[in-house]
Design a protein around this ligand. Structure first.
Ligand SMILES: [Zn+2]
Length: 245
């Protein structure tokens, strides 16, 4: 049985902190200090925050623009939708500054001849890992979401993903990979909170979700209602979007 933490206090201001099961990095709702918990000990963590450059009105305009454009959306989506809730929540991320070098040998066959190729593929990345396991982004007493993934696990995930990404890039260089080894040098890691507008909208009695990056203004993900007017209208709409060029 793991040891249960009875009461946790902020190492900076002493304020009481609440941790949900699985959470390891907590933002103090009183002073904003970010702490990492190991057992019953707390460590203050270096932390930064992206500022929200898109305000509520800007986020609403982004949602309306999203509803009007793009493929596979009902014609009346904007007119028949009502934004039900909007909340700006700061999600925890780790950003790894990584140098990756993949030493490879392989065969290039797309030219018609089988040429053996070898070399080093070098790339630098700022690789982002979300500090949450669950998709439950409900906030209890702070707009800053706590992290469930610690830095060791995030480091493992980042290395796996960078290695995988490098292998994808190799497909441009060779058609058959014979050998590929990636050396990954993590130069720096930063824990940060990035602001996301979580919004829900209602359309024909159902609720859907849209996520907007409040730092860049981009739609991260938007749920599109399924077509209601039968297959004919669906195809008509799809075709209209497909051929609108
Ligand atoms: Zn505090």
């Amino acid at each position: 049985m793991p040891e249960l933490v009875e009461s946790i206090n902020c190492p900076k201001c002493g304020g009481p902190l609440t941790l949900a099961p699985g959470e390891v990095i907590v933002t103090c709702p009183y002073c904003g200090t970010v702490s990492r918990f190991q057992g019953d000990k707390a460590f203050v963590l270096r932390h930064s925050m992206l500022s929200a450059r898109v305000d509520r009105d800007g986020a609403v305009r982004t949602i309306q623009g999203w509803m009007e454009g793009g493929v596979m959306k009902p014609d009346d989506l904007r007119k028949a939708s009502r934004i039900a809730a909007m909340e700006c929540i700061y999600l925890p991320f780790y950003v790894f500054e990584v140098d990756a070098t993949t030493t490879y040998t392989g065969v290039l066959s797309r030219t018609g001849t089988n040429e053996r190729r070898s070399g080093d593929l070098r790339r630098d990345y700022f690789w982002k890992i979300l500090g949450r396991r669950s998709g439950d982004f409900m906030v209890r007493d702070s707009r800053f979401l706590n992290a469930e993934v610690d830095e060791d696990e995030a480091d493992r995930i980042a290395r796996e993903q960078v290695d995988d990404h490098q292998r994808q890039l190799l497909k441009d260089l060779v058609d058959t990979i014979e050998d590929a080894r990636t050396a990954i040098d993590v130069k720096d890691v930063e824990f940060l909170h990035a602001p996301i507008w979580f919004s829900t909208y209602e359309y024909r009695g159902q609720t859907f979700q849209i996520l907007i990056d409040a730092a860049s203004g981009e739609v991260i993900r938007g749920d599109i209602p399924p077509p209601s007017g039968g297959f004919g209208e669906f195809m008509k709409g799809a075709a209209k979007d497909l051929f609108r060029r």
